[in-house]
Design a protein around this ligand. Structure first.
Ligand code: OTN
Length: 490
């Protein structure tokens, strides 16, 4: 512990320069409440993950096969997983999860532990391995691969028995040992109620041993092992607010806690952020009669704001067709989505602003870091205040209709209420109704609002658990109809 003399000595330079007497406060703020682990921080940064539902259901025109379809029916005519990963590269989606086994039990790889796999189909003379083609394609295109290994199994008679625990663990080992790095394992809760915590304890042990960096999407009885949670719907829409904090019991007893899954719990005791799953088509698997029902760019844009922009990661499903390709329409839609995201966010209109704050921590935590776009810098207030006001004097009047705020999530959810105002004349302040009395921030929060023209913008932190620690503030002009009118029609 530093003595009084030591403290004075440390403060002397500040005293001589007439700076506030805040030496201790210039250390980094201490974390508040539950905080993310390294896997979760890496996962947040992906922002979007693709899902690929491709399996027996693709060939039986089903979504929930009963496990009786013959392996022979699995016959893609032109499977090309590089086409999938190229779609993702263009769409700027850095990670993808393949359904290796859905609840019908059919295995997309030649598993040594069942006779219900594509080893028993004449496709590629029984030598086909979709998991291999998928993981090889991911590797070639720099995509982080993940695996959905359905816990529920309608085909395997052992389902729910101790022998099923062995079977599933063996399959997990096959998948996690033989296909390179696996970045996420998806434990769907659908139909999985027979599986007690003991099943998942064993399987989580396998995951942790074989792939320590692998994120677990956990549900129901796998709650204790969850790095990320279901967001309570399959529409890609997370709540407002959406806290990463939640009690594990809410994940366990999901039927009674759908709203909690969707919004999180401000004072929840665990850090398990939401993953927002949604299909680009009405169904998870491909059906020709849904070619006219692919989500429009505007629908995807809305989903983006309510998932990535609601402190969640978007898990967007593409159902490859019977050729084994992502359908052209689906690919075009996410090409356009990417143009929209990049077009909107490439230009932070607050850049160049003079930024001041009411309760600066000082040192390396200056308010200008809110605009520097650097990964390692941030603004923090003093420990004595959990509220703050930050003013951005813009170099010239700007029109904007999108706001972005990012907290330093490594330090936990700190801010609990915030608003953004603007000034047309640089003197008086006007509220932005859509950006008033917001609650959670987290990794990223996005707001769309009616366009305003401002000379200055003000961020008010009106509630918090501790001093704010904010990574980035941005204002943008949505690049939707004006610059690319053709996108609006699709
Ligand atoms: O019928 N369902 O099983 C169902 C219908 C609509 C929405 C979800 C579900 S199941 C639900 O799926 C989630 C992933 O989308 C999670 O895995 C949940 O644990 C599961 O119950």
């Amino acid at each position: 512990m530093m003595g009084f003399i030591g403290k004075i000595g440390k403060c002397l330079p500040a005293l001589l320069l007439g700076l506030p007497f805040y030496t201790a406060a210039q250390d980094a703020p201490r974390p508040v409440g539950p905080v993310p682990n390294a896997r979760q921080i890496e996962w947040y940064k992906r922002e979007m993950i693709a899902f690929f539902h491709f399996g027996m259901n693709t060939f039986t025109d089903d979504n929930e096969g009963d496990g009786t379809a013959q392996p022979e029916m699995f016959q893609p005519t032109a499977l090309d997983c590089r086409q999938w990963t190229r779609v993702l590269k263009r769409a700027g989606i850095p990670s993808a999860i393949l359904v290796a086994k859905h609840a019908d039990g059919f295995c997309n790889w030649p598993s040594a532990h069942t006779d219900y796999s594509l080893k028993y189909s004449s496709w590629r003379n029984g030598k086909g391995d979709v998991v291999k083609e998928f993981t090889d394609a991911c590797k070639a295109d720099g995509i982080k691969a993940g695996i959905y290994l359905g816990p529920h199994d309608r085909h395997d008679k052992r389902y729910g028995t101790p022998q099923y625990a062995d079977y599933y663990a063996d399959q997990l080992s096959e998948l996690l040992r033989n296909y390179g790095p696996i970045w996420e394992i998806w434990w769907d809760g659908a139909g999985a109620d027979k599986l007690t915590e003991a099943f998942y304890t064993r399987w989580a042990d396998t995951v942790r041993k074989l792939q320590p960096q692998c994120v677990v999407f956990g549900t129901k009885n796998s709650n204790k092992f969850a790095d990320c949670r279901w967001n309570g719907n399959e529409s890609g829409i997370s709540g407002d607010p959406c806290w990463a904090n939640i009690d594990l019991s809410a994940i366990r007893d999901e039927a009674q806690h759908i709203d909690d899954l969707n919004k999180g719990q401000q004072n929840g005791s665990a850090f398990v952020p939401a993953e927002a799953d949604v299909s680009i088509r009405p169904s998870w698997f491909y059906h020709t009669n849904e070619n006219g029902r692919v989500k429009t760019v505007r629908e995807l844009w809305d989903i983006y704001f309510q998932s990535v922009g609601h402190n969640s990661v978007l898990l967007l499903n593409y159902p490859p067709d019977r050729r084994g390709l992502v359908h052209e329409i689906d690919a075009q839609r996410t090409d356009s989505l990417r143009l929209l995201i990049d077009g909107t966010f490439k230009n932070n209109l607050a850049k160049g602003a003079v930024v001041t704050s009411l309760h600066p921590r000082g040192g390396r935590f200056g308010a200008q870091h809110l605009l520097d776009g650097k990964p390692g810098t941030y603004y923090a207030g003093t420990d004595a205040h959990s509220t703050d006001t930050l003013v951005f004097q813009l170099p010239a009047a700007k029109t904007f209709d999108v706001i972005m705020l990012q907290e330093v999530i490594e330090l936990g959810h700190r801010t609990t209420e915030w608003s953004v105002d603007y000034s047309e004349d640089g003197k008086s302040w006007l509220a932005i109704p859509e950006a008033t009395a917001k609650q959670s921030v987290g990794y990223k929060w996005l707001i769309r609002h009616e366009p305003v023209k401002a000379k200055a913008v003000r961020l008010r932190i009106t509630g918090g658990k501790a001093c704010p620690a904010l990574h980035t503030f941005g204002i943008y002009k949505e690049q939707f109809a004006k610059k690319r009118p053709e996108l609006a029609k699709k």
